[in-house]
Design a protein around this ligand. Structure first.
Ligand code: LCS
Length: 396
């Protein structure tokens, strides 16, 4: 497996660049709805982006900018932008880059709302999205054409942990046309386990609601890329098109949660591996999806591009949807809830919850079987998590 990413915990703790006039150790919450200019000329200069400084919090604020600096550093990007939600990051990015008549190539396994945005909503504006099997380079080469603007992927993907070779995908797309923007949703890995920009991607997206914050108490998102791209997304996708701005209170909580990212991810990975091994030995389980297991289709690629296999384990219960529901209805330590990446173990049924927007055919195409359960392994004692699953399986 890839060696641990250097200095991640130091950057997560010290990576911000804002120091207030009082020398506060922690960047405070700057709650203000506007910023005062010294003169009309100064206001004009700030609006013209000729003078640095704050204008209005929809364009930037100190608490958010501090978090943006940390995230940019963790992902190895020039600049970052935080947003109200992960969907805010995705939509603000796509709206900034795409025009009617242009095309996106996306993997067919995506978070349900991303899939829905691509499949139903962008098409209303003349944007075509081709859903392909991104891990098949022939399908990718066949889909690329002169209208392709964006290649979009998640790895590990939600909900079945499918792995895509980031370096290879970015190389193929950029060889075809260097202008194509390759976008990776890095929510499931976090920069503690994987850095897509270093593997050739142009833009990294996050739902910070998940591991980045890690405490299940905030909705937030982020985009990391080069400075020019981030400026464009901030001034078009956020300022004018979505308004999906993160509030300073939320940015404060995310920055606080981020300080323990590395140790949390280590524990999530260790526990998820133990849970995956238990599930593999369970005869009521048809298949386990976890990139850390050698039989997982993407294991070798995950080992090459990640330095840990993540905290989510998915599995198919023999007997389909009905039997799966017996497990999800009987857990006691785990909570039956969507979302992931919290300290609490969360369990859900993708076909009827996170991925319910997909038709039966689309679910099959994305390899989301009716009996699939997704488990976000939390930070509780791992024996308690395994014992909880054992007692729930006994009810079948
Ligand atoms: N990207 C991925 C990979 C996600 O899993 C999610 C949310 C988003 C983006 C959107 O982020 P949000 O707007 O919610 O911050 N995934 C969820 C899930 O699997 N269950 O509930 C939400």
């Amino acid at each position: 497996m890839k060696e641990s990413i250097r200095k991640i915990s130091t950057d997560a703790i010290h990576g911000g660049s804002n120091r207030d006039q009082y020398g506060s150790l922690i960047t405070p919450i700057y709650n203000t709805s506007t910023y005062i200019f010294d003169s009309t000329a100064q206001g004009a200069a700030r609006f013209a982006l000729e003078e640095p400084g704050y204008i209005y919090p929809r364009i930037g604020s100190p608490t958010c900018n501090d978090l943006e600096d940390i995230l940019a550093r963790l992902e190895g990007g020039e600049a970052g932008l935080v947003t109200a939600t992960g969907m805010g990051a995705i939509t603000a990015t796509i709206w900034t880059m795409i025009n009617g008549g242009e095309e996106i190539i996306a993997d067919k396994t995506l978070y349900g709302c991303t899939f829905e945005f691509f499949r139903h909503h962008l098409s209303r504006f003349g944007v075509t999205v081709h859903f392909i099997e991104m891990s098949d380079e022939n399908e990718l080469r066949a889909a690329l054409n002169e209208k392709t603007k964006i290649v979009y992927l998640e790895t590990p993907a939600n909900p079945n942990l499918k792995i895509i070779d980031i370096e290879k995908t970015a190389k193929i797309a950029h060889e075809f046309n260097p202008e194509i923007r390759v976008i990776a949703d890095n929510t499931f890995a976090s920069p503690a386990l994987q850095r897509p920009l270093e593997l050739g991607c142009d833009i990294v997206l996050h739902s910070c609601t998940k591991y980045i914050n890690g405490h299940g108490d905030v909705l937030a998102g982020a985009v990391i890329s080069d400075q020019e791209t981030i400026n464009n997304i901030r001034l078009v996708g956020i300022k004018d098109m979505t308004g999906a701005v993160l509030a300073p209170n939320e940015a404060f909580l995310v920055a606080r949660g981020l300080k323990t990212l590395e140790i949390r991810m280590q524990r999530h990975c260790e526990s998820a591996m133990k849970v995956a091994e238990y599930l593999k030995s369970n005869e009521k389980v048809e298949k386990v999806f976890y990139p850390g297991l050698e039989h997982h289709e993407g294991h070798d690629i995950a080992a090459k591009q990640m330095c840990g296999f993540g905290g989510v384990v998915s599995f198919v219960v023999k007997g389909g949807r009905e039997k799966a529901a017996i497990v999800t209805d009987n857990v006691k330590v785990a909570s039956l809830a969507v979302s992931l990446g919290a300290a609490e173990t969360l369990i859900e049924h993708p076909a009827s919850m996170t991925h319910s927007p997909l038709s039966d055919k689309e679910l099959i195409a994305a390899d989301i079987q009716p009996g699939l359960i997704r488990l976000s392994v939390g930070l509780e004692n791992v024996e308690d998590i395994v014992d909880d699953l054992k007692q729930a399986f006994e009810k079948i």
